[in-house]
Every structure is written in C-alpha cells, then in structure tokens.
Design a protein around this ligand. Structure first.
Ligand code: CTP
Length: 403
C-alpha cells in the first residue's frame, strides 16, 4: 500500500491512450490511493464518465457549468482536495492550454486554479510531440515546476514510430510514488516563509510600500519545496507567480502578515524575508482623502508589529530555527549582529541593499550568514542559488539539533 491515504485528481485528456487511464485508476487504488477523475470533452470520445466512475468508485467530473457537479464539490474545491494532480493522457492541446493559462473547460480551469503539484503523462503523435510549439510548451510547463513522465518511444496508433506513446500505467504509478514519497533534506518538515513588501493603507486608494520584489523569499520557498518540505509562503503584494507545490497565503499589510504567520504555526523553520513596513498610518482614512486648501495632510505613523521578533520570542510553538534577513546600506555585519540578539533569531542573513549593490529587485545577492557561531560570507550568487544553499544549511542545522 505505497499510496495509502493519498488522494489523486486524475485529469483524462482526449487521446487514444485514455483507455490506459482506466487501468491507471485501478493500479492506484490497489496501492491505497483514492482517485477522482475529470474527463475532457475529447476524453469522452474514447472512454465514458461512467467507466471512470465505476473504476474509481467516485463520480467523474466533466462539466464546468454542471449544477450538480458544482453543488457536489465545486471546481475550486476539486483543485484543492487532493495530494497530486495527474494529467494522463496529456494531449498536445491540453499541454498548450496549460502552458498558456487557458481556462475554457473544467479540466483546464482546475489545472489553472490548483496549487498542488502536477504530473503530466504526454501522449500524442510523434510529429505533434516533436513540433516546436509542443516542445516550447513543455519547456514552459517544466519551468513552472510541472513534472513529466514519458512519453515512450514506440509504435503509434497511426502506424508511425517514435516518442509520443503515453507511459504505461505502472510507469506512471512509479512516478506518482516518487513524487508523493517525502524525500530530500527537509522531508517531513514544515517551513514557513514571509516574503515581499507590505502595503500599509493611507486611504482606500493610497498606500505606503517599499521596493522589495519578493524574489529571494519566493526562491527560498521553491528550494524548500524541492528539498521535500511542506512550505507555507506568506506573501505581501508581489508580481511573482505562486511557486508550484507551495501553499501561498497572500496578504497586504504587516498586521495581516503577522496574523497569517501565527495561523500557520507550528513550523519547524521560520524564514522571514519580507520587507515589512516599519510603520503604518495611525488611522487610515475610510474614504479617499481630498485636497483641502493649500495645506498638505500630515500622516501620523505608528510602529508595526515586528513579525520576526514576535515569532522568535514565543515560548510556545516557536520554530526550532528562526531566520531573519537584514537589509542594510552600511555597517552590514554589525547591524546584523545587533538584529540577531535583539530579535532573538538563530540566523540573520545580512545583505547590502545600497543602490549600487543592485540587490533590491535584482537577481543576484551577496549575503553574510550571521549566527552565534560567527559570520560566513558567501560569494555573489543568483537568488536561486542563495536559496538552495540556505535551505541545505538549515536542513543540516535542524538535523544536528535534533540529535
Ligand atoms: N521584520 C519583521 N517585521 C517587521 C520588521 C522586520 O518580521 N515589522 C523582519 C524582516 O523580515 C527581516 C528582519 O526583520 O527578517 C530585519 O528587517 P529590517 O527591516 O532590516 O530590520 P528592522 O528591525 O526594521 O531594523 P532597521 O529598520 O532599524 O534596520
């Protein structure tokens, strides 16, 4: 029972390989998984919803606008209530729709709405597979974090030969087992990350903000997920897409961010990369502020809660490792050391954010790891590499602490 208790949402696309998906359902259930199916219109030309329902033991879903379907579970819940989404067969058309973000039927809408990990098993004619458009879509999907199994080489329905045959059900089952078996340095850990700026309202249309792009925090979320962690990313407003396989909670203000962070505890590791606004307007206006005579309004500011310090000072449910970031324009190490003790963090990742450094909004970062055991300066690396190294280091720290 390698998949005991696992919930699979199986999206069946319209190709001759759809008949193999029925066998896939059976194999998954044999291993303890529950399977819920969505059939595209094309899939229903090859297999029936009744067959999928009979083999899966659950109603098969076909229509975005079906009142009964929506009353039963609803397409957004369908996109959430699973551990993994599997698209098999993933036709050229379905892959193109996924890569382009289309949502014109139940399958594509659920695929766009889901934040769950996705595995696709492509199946199509060899020329369609080799076409530049499909290969471009494949590259987009893999860079979005979508996992791919197959296709295999072999004889095709059209008496052609080459890559394009859907992987066999047992190969797809093996790929699913690999994806759902926690592995990696942070397997079984919950990592909480804050990222991005916060917006502090002045009135309903204006706010105070800062130049943080959120890139470093998002990169850490991705790296932690790749290291097998369950990741919750509490993000202020950014222009970045949600990383695949990460639970993203979107917030606006510092106070919302603190509330969201407290709600996600307990966590094993807390990484606070957000550029939280230090101050907010004491009482934001309920209506848009109008110009009044020649005198500009004065904004009275009050201090925001310090999210990192609040969490690091907790006596219950304090993450075993609390990591802060220090954005400094001068005396980088000295200020970071002060923050380490003042905020009671275990590690401060200090970086120089002076305008010349290009860190704010840029792709590279030069960081210093400041902790009780000293200071370690890393070479200039892109933010993805900083993220991977940091995750590796934190995984090692938490392992050695435990023993
Ligand atoms: N931080 C936080 N909540 C705040 C302010 C900061 O969680 N209200 C966190 C940041 O996410 C970061 C660390 O604290 O991990 C350092 O933030 P920084 O702005 O550099 O520190 P400040 O405490 O604001 O100090 P200063 O502005 O004096 O440099």
């Amino acid at each position: 029972m390698t998949l005991s208790g696992k919930r699979i949402l199986l999206v069946i696309g319209g190709g001759i390989a759809a008949y193999k998906s029925l066998d896939l359902i059976r194999r998954l259930r044999e291993r303890g998984a529950s399977v819920r199916c969505i059939l595209t219109a094309g899939a229903q030309e090859f297999i029936t919803p009744l067959a999928a329902a009979a083999i899966s033991g659950q109603r098969a879903h076909t229509n975005l606008f079906d009142r009964e379907d929506e009353a039963d579970i609803g397409h957004i819940k369908l996109a959430r209530d699973a551990d993994l989404v599997v698209v098999a067969p993933a036709t050229a058309n379905l892959m193109a729709k996924m890569a382009g973000g289309h949502a014109d039927d139940l399958a594509s809408t659920v695929l766009l709405a889901t934040t769950l990990p996705i595995l696709i098993a492509p199946a199509m004619n060899v020329r369609m597979w080799q076409h530049a458009a499909t290969q471009r879509n494949l590259a987009t999907l893999t860079s979005d974090g979508i996992k791919v199994v197959g296709p295999n080489d072999g004889a095709m329905a059209e008496a052609e030969f080459g890559p394009g045959r859907m992987s066999e059900p047992l190969e797809i089952v093996a790929a699913i087992e690999t994806l759902l078996t926690p592995k990696g340095a942070l397997a079984g850990r919950h990592v909480l990350i804050t990222a991005g700026p916060t917006h502090e309202p002045i009135d309903p249309v204006r706010y105070i903000a800062n130049r943080s792009s959120g890139k470093q925090g998002y990169a850490i979320a991705r790296a932690a997920a790749e290291a097998g962690a369950r990741v919750t990313l509490v993000a202020g407003p950014t222009a970045l897409p949600d990383p695949a396989g990460v639970n993203v909670v979107h917030v606006e203000s510092a106070r919302d961010m603190l509330a969201a962070v407290e709600k996600t505890l307990p966590a094993d590791i807390g990484i606070f990369t957000a550029a939280v606004a230090d101050w907010r307007v004491a009482s934001a206006a309920g209506e848009k502020m109008k110009k009044m005579g020649d005198v500009p309004p004065a904004l009275a500011l009050v201090e925001n809660p310090d999210i990192l310090a609040t969490i690091a000072h907790r006596t219950v449910e304090r993450p075993a490792i609390v990591v802060g970031f220090a954005a400094e324009t001068e005396k980088v190490i000295e200020h970071a050391q002060q923050k380490l003790s003042r905020k009671r963090a275990d590690v401060i990742v200090a970086n120089d954010v002076s305008a010349e450094s290009g860190v704010m909004g840029g792709d590279n970062n030069t960081v210093h790891l400041v902790s009780a055991s000293g200071v370690e300066t890393w070479p200039t690396l892109d933010k993805g590499e900083v993220a991977r190294r940091l995750v590796e280091r934190l995984a090692h720290m938490i392992e050695t602490r435990k023993s």
